[in-house]
Design a protein around this ligand. Structure first.
Ligand code: ATP
Ligand code: MG
Length: 746
């Protein structure tokens, strides 16, 4: 127990050991909320709660994994494995796998990811000749679902022709999902809530529910929390209203108050000190968040020295910005005597598309990087083909997956045919697979004439799927494993030839992705079959309600696919993380960087229209987003913007970094002055104001600029740089010395 509480400050310790059954921790970034939540889980176990009766919800899969690791350190491997720990979506899925039959959810239900849902909506819109944007229509549906408004309830209240048209699209969308035995991300939560309402016995054993990043929960998630804890009424949430950045996905900051109203006994705990960032970084972040005057005044309290002043940099173009950024990474590594490696750098973006120049600059410089929230491994063509085959084998009713692969590789079943069959299936409320099967079995179809070639193609496709399913099924003498199944598919569809022909120049890289997928499937099968994980997938047996059995390889396949699909739900990487042997710079959206931290953080593209984003209606949320980005940094923070955007239009610096209030935090009058041991230095800095500077090991870099104004107009050239060495800096001066894992500077 002592070791559990060691390393916590008083406020954290009293939150961890709080006797309150409902506890809400409200605290700013880097104050140890996640650390406290983790320790509380371990504390509850030490108090005698059984781990398999504890539910812990995190926002991303990566966060769940990291939390699992931290908890393991406290309570050991075996105990940690028994916790019901994951994202809301994955926890909900586990309940549906175990108990879904009580509300008529089929055993092998599939999960429709965002692109599947968009494709379905797109087809409905096209069929109806409805002039709306499929992406927006899908989000509109998702918003309603996040607010627990069903299609029937919605339809009943709609008056105008447009509203009714939309309501009927929503309804058709729901019918198609049902026909295809698919649940979309919102359904996982909604249906789980329905299950827990109808069969509260499912959670009769639950002793505690703990939730991280509570400020970004939406209405269904709030309801789920309530339902999961309906017997125990033991809840811990941690959150920070200043970091609420998912309003666009229907997150409701109001949930913080709602919780206190619903449970008047809620004990609220505050943590104050920041253990993550240097003082200078906190001051600059504070200055940004304080622009929101409606927010209650709260100060970030640093525990570390002030460190290096954050740098604000203006570059003539996005390409120049990218190459500056790469040079800065190399320079920081060199100047700090390799104190930092690639893993220590993160480049956080408002929008994923901003990564183009940065990726190419990193590529040219030979710096390895991992992308978070961008084009993902599982979205790559060759990987997606295999996954789609697996999806169809596991879940032949998945219309979109069937439509994507029926002609991949080419079987002479043209797009027109596929689309018309798909439309027919959806309007007749059957599935594409049922129709293809019937065609392959020789049933005549008066509706569409199919050429002999097309018929042959369809037969070939159907036979690949049937044969693979048979291999997997328990009726076989020896059902094949997941790996054997993947290999069987590869051979059967001659994927290697297809990739060689279609992507001749990129064959090696693409084939390597296929190998990577096989390796992942092997890994998954090993953990899924070999360890307690398989029991963990199903929930512990609870008296009074029957649990659905799971067995064999089909189940492994189903879980593997769910794992892959849920990984995309929160824009977090899975495979790209690599095996940990190669150190990589991280490129991530700010959204996906929530809760994480890096020694050095870059936020490029900080111009008006990018952040705040021109399409965003919520300026306060955009500001919080910048705040979340800035507070990811531990030691060094760089913010930059190009004076021209990718359309070559002139840009201006983000209003959040407006000159009058910000300059002192990014230039020379910041707290970093404290570290100046030389009077001269102070004089020089004052004279060269405005100046961009960075403190590095043993020397201070001053970038002198001629122009006195800020932001600097018309400056396209690299400003003159001069290095000032100064001997014997006080150890406090350096930003890195607070990191125990890092080498100290004497
Ligand atoms: P965010 O709001 O960004 O999610 P958080 O409040 O969850 O932040 P944590 O991620 O838990 O903060 O902690 C931030 C960092 O501070 C971590 O590296 C953590 O290990 C460290 N930390 C937290 N509390 C302490 C402490 N009492 N002593 C030393 N380090 C601490
Ligand atoms: Mg956290």
């Amino acid at each position: 127990m002592d070791s559990l509480l060691a390393g916590l400050n008083d406020a954290q310790r009293s939150a961890v050991t709080s006797p309150a059954s409902v506890l809400q921790v409200l605290a700013p970034p880097g104050s140890g909320k996640t650390k406290t939540l983790t320790a509380r889980v371990a504390y509850l176990v030490a108090q005698g709660l059984r781990p398999w009766n504890i539910i812990v919800c995190t926002f991303t899969i990566k966060a769940a994994r990291e939390m699992g690791e931290r908890i393991r350190n406290h309570i050991g491997d075996e105990v940690e494995k028994k916790l019901i720990l994951g994202t809301f979506h994955s926890v909900a899925r586990r309940f549906l796998v175990s108990y879904g039959h009580h509300i008529n959810i089929p055993k092998n239900f599939g999960i429709a990811d965002t692109s599947d849902s968009k494709a379905i909506v797109n087809r409905i819109i096209k069929r109806r000749g409805y002039g709306a944007d499929p992406g927006k229509t899908r989000s509109r549906i998702s918003t309603l679902k996040a607010k627990c408004i069903s299609c029937d309830a919605h339809a009943a209240t709609q008056k105008s022709a447009e509203q009714q048209e939309f309501a009927s699209i929503y309804m058709e969308y729901e019918e198609i999902l049902k026909m295809s035995s698919l649940l979309d991300y919102d359904d996982l939560l909604l249906r789980c809530a329905e299950l827990l309402k109808r069969r509260p016995e499912c959670v009769s054993n639950i002793e505690a529910v703990l939730i991280d990043e509570f400020q970004d929960t939406n209405q269904v998630q709030f309801e789920l929390m309530q339902l999961l804890a309906q017997h125990s009424k033991t809840i811990t949430t941690v959150g920070d209203p200043d970091q609420s950045i998912y309003g666009w996905r229907s997150a409701e900051i109001e949930n913080l108050n709602r919780m206190r109203k619903l449970y008047p006994e809620t004990h609220v705990a505050n943590l104050e000190e920041n253990y993550r960032s240097s003082g200078a970084i906190l001051l600059s972040a504070q200055e940004v968040i304080e622009q929101d005057e409606s927010r209650p005044a709260k100060k970030l309290q640093p525990t570390h020295c002030s460190g290096a002043t954050p740098i604000l940099r203006r570059l003539p173009s996005a390409a120049a910005e990218a190459s500056w950024l790469v040079t800065e990474i190399q320079r920081t590594k060199a100047l700090t005597g390799q104190l930092y490696n690639n893993d220590d750098f993160a480049i956080l973006l408002r929008s994923a598309h901003l990564s183009r120049h940065i990726e190419s600059a990193l590529g040219k410089a030979g710096i390895p990087y991992r992308m978070v929230g961008g084009s993902r491994f599982f979205d790559r063509v060759e990987v997606k083909i295999i996954l789609d085959y697996l999806r169809v084998i596991s879940q032949p009713d998945h219309n979109d997956a069937v439509a994507r692969i029926v002609n991949l590789p080419s079987r002479r079943v043209g797009n027109v045919t596929v689309n018309s069959l798909l439309a027919e299936a959806e309007t007749k409320q059957t599935t594409l697979w049922t129709m293809l099967l019937s065609i392959a079995q020789g049933n005549k179809r008066p509706e569409t004439k199919l050429s002999a070639q097309t018929l042959k193609g369809i037969e070939a496709f159907v036979s690949v799927i049937l044969e693979s399913s048979r291999k997997l099924s328990a009726e076989e003498d020896r059902p094949c494993s997941l790996i054997e199944l993947v290999e069987h598919i590869l051979k059967n569809i001659s994927l290697e030839d297809y990739i060689r022909k279609t992507y001749a120049d990129e064959f090696d890289a693409r084939w390597a992705n296929v190998a990577e997928l096989i390796a992942q499937a092997a890994d998954f099968s090993a953990t899924a079959l070999g360890s307690a994980y398989s029991t963990q997938e199903l929930l512990p047996i609870v008296e009074g309600i029957e649990q659905r059995g799971a067995s064999g390889n089909e189940d492994v396949l189903c879980r593997f696919l769910a794992n892959v699909t849920l990984a995309s739900a929160t824009e977090m990487p899975t495979s790209e993380e690599g095996d940990g042997t190669v150190q990589q710079v991280t490129i991530s959206t700010i959204h996906a960087a929530k809760g994480l931290e890096w020694p050095v953080v870059f936020i490029p593209g900080a111009y008006e229209g990018s952040i705040p984003h021109s399409r965003s209606e919520d300026t306060d949320e955009e500001r919080r987003l910048l705040y979340v980005g800035m507070t990811r940094a531990q030691s060094l923070l760089y913010i930059s913007y190009p004076t021209k955007n990718s359309q070559r239009e002139k840009t201006s610096l983000s209003t959040f970094l407006s000159p009058t209030s910000m300059i002192k935090y990014f230039a020379v009058r910041g707290p970093s002055f404290n570290f100046t041991t030389s009077q001269d230095l102070a004089r020089i800095l004052r004279r060269t104001c405005p100046t961009e500077m960075a403190m590095h090991e043993g020397c201070l870099l001053v970038e002198r600029v001629e122009d006195d104004r800020w932001p600097l107009d018309g400056e396209e050239e690299e400003p003159e740089r001069s290095f000032i060495d100064f001997s014997n800096p006080s150890s406090d001066a350096f930003p890195y010395n607070f990191q125990s894992k890092r080498r100290k500077i004497d």
